[in-house]
Design a protein around this ligand. Structure first.
Ligand code: MG
Length: 379
């Protein structure tokens, strides 16, 4: 970890608020490590670009990289790690996240355990920016867990042995490629198939020709006609699907409710359910929700969404973006409480920076380390 201290000292003269960030250098937002002899939280952050192992295609786009911003919060000699992952179509970027993080001032807060106050204040800095906000939430949870010397699943009271298997996502591609990807995914017990184009049935038949595993389908808002979407869901049920995500565009609330009422499979809201306030609105529209830290602004609100969805009798899925094992590990502490996990994000990249929660024999497998449970592998 000495590299970070050294880089931090070398680059601490960079002005807060700058968005021109030299590759690999850390920026300090604001704050000093002690005030009048008492420890203070210091935030630093730097952009990083995830390299995807394969071109990834969903209903709305294709890409080979994902921009992320890595954060660290240092408090009393402890470093907490966080991450913002920002797939381009969601509107955040290196520029927006670094600009947001440069506005964050942790100096008024002396007690990292006061998560509610701190994270509420950060949320109020500006609307939007959910991934940037999550990068602070995750790092702060890591600090607090390390101070308590406990992993978050213990703090929350969740048994890691109950963590589910994770699905492995197969993007839209030609029948030959999806067959090859299906064979490569031998370790996984559930396959998640990206749907939402006119090749859906061809893709599913190709995968079914080489695998009889349970599958889930994610249309990513790609279907347009509600009757055709419902017919497709019946067709998918006959082929061993467990649930479908986001059949229609998120604005089509009445049509979504119409499908959910008639669907033989649970219908999960993803793009249509971002934060806590959306969960109430999702009742009756979807059978369940897909919680992602990069939508929810982090672990704190994600847990509130989980508890509210359960209270409302809804299904809960835990998803991710392409992320390092930092973001995936943070999310995984909620996984013992969900119906389905889709936490394959770190497996899709070739330049992970952390060791943490792994997928072992298809199952989400948490470490016993405190905080979010990660160790940084390299700078
Ligand atoms: Mg989805």
């Amino acid at each position: 970890m000495t590299h970070t201290r050294r880089d931090f000292l070398r680059h601490s003269t960079l002005a807060a608020g700058s968005v021109l960030v030299p590759a690999g250098s850390w920026l300090q937002a604001q704050g000093t490590k002690t005030v009048q002899g008492r420890a203070r939280m210091v935030l630093r952050f730097r952009p990083y670009t995830l390299q995807l192992k394969h071109v990834f295609t969903v209903a709305v786009n294709s890409r080979t990289t994902t921009p992320v911003v890595l954060t660290e919060i240092e408090y009393d000699g402890i470093i907490g790690y966080g991450e913002a992952s920002m797939p381009p179509y969601l509107g955040e970027s290196h520029e927006t996240a670094t600009a947001f993080l440069a506005k964050v001032d942790l100096s008024p807060f002396s007690n990292p355990f006061d998560l509610e106050t701190i994270l509420t204040a950060i949320d109020a800095i500006a609307p939007g920016n959910p991934a940037a906000k999550a990068s602070i939430d995750i790092a702060l949870h890591d600090v607090v867990g390390k101070l308590m010397k406990q992993p978050w699943y213990n703090i929350w009271g969740y048994d890691p042995a109950r963590a589910p298997v994770t699905s492995f996502t197969i993007g839209i591609d030609t029948p030959e490629v999806v067959k090859a990807k299906t064979k490569e995914a031998a370790e996984f017990k559930v396959l998640k198939i990206k749907l939402g184009r006119d090749t859906d049935k061809v893709m599913v038949e190709a995968i079914r020709s080489v695998s009889d595993k349970p599958m889930s389908g994610d249309a990513n808002q790609g279907w347009t006609d509600r009757q055709q979407a419902l017919d497709m869901i019946f067709w998918l049920k006959e082929r061993g699907f467990l649930y479908v995500e986001q059949p229609l565009p998120k604005e089509r609330v009445d049509d979504m409710a119409w499908i959910t009422e008639r669907s033989p499979l649970p219908v999960i809201g993803d793009e249509g359910v971002q934060r806590l306030a959306d969960v109430h609105k999702a009742q009756g529209v979807y059978s369940g929700i897909n919680i992602k830290l990069m939508k929810s602004t982090g672990m704190r609100e994600a847990q509130k969404m989980l508890l509210l969805a359960r209270t409302l009798g809804m299904k809960v899925m835990l998803g991710c973006m392409t992320e390092t094992s930092c973001g995936i590990s943070a999310a995984s502490h909620l996984s013992p409480m969900v119906d389905w996990a889709d936490l394959d994000g770190a497996l899709l990249i070739s330049n992970d920076l952390f060791d943490g929660t792994k997928v072992i024999d298809g199952k989400v497998t948490l470490t016993s380390r405190p905080g979010i449970g990660v160790v940084k592998l390299k700078a």
